[in-house]
Design a protein around this ligand. Sequence first.
Ligand code: NI
Length: 150
Amino acid sequence: MKNLQGISLDTVLLQWRALRESIRECLRVTPDELLGWAPRDGMRTLGQLYVHFSSPLDWWLTNSFKDGGQWIPSIERPSDDKTKLDNDIVASFERMERYLISADLTRMYEFKGEQVSGYWIILHLFEHDSHHRGQVITYLRMNGINPPQV
Ligand code: NI
């Protein structure tokens, strides 16, 4: 089986950075009045979805990678302020990049009772961003807003 660790971290970060820029573009075309909108009760609002791009990265960095930084739970972050949402999306990714530059991704970490590698975590977080960007795009289209091209 091919060893995926042969993919350089630079390649992963290049793709991930582009994904994050696309998420920021979604935020730019989101009207302020839609930040509190959700398709139905019990689902995250659009604003809460944008919070959900920064809080999980901070969670992993604080609790698993233990980079010494802070994690603020989603519920304590404002979801109605586009400038703050954008700043947090950028800051959480820059924090991840700073950590990854010197990280040993072959190291194993505990997650839900299992051992996972740093590579697994990065792939998981990339997939998480991609999944929720799709959700944001669906929300935007349901409101007649054209999302950026992927
Ligand atoms: Ni999620």
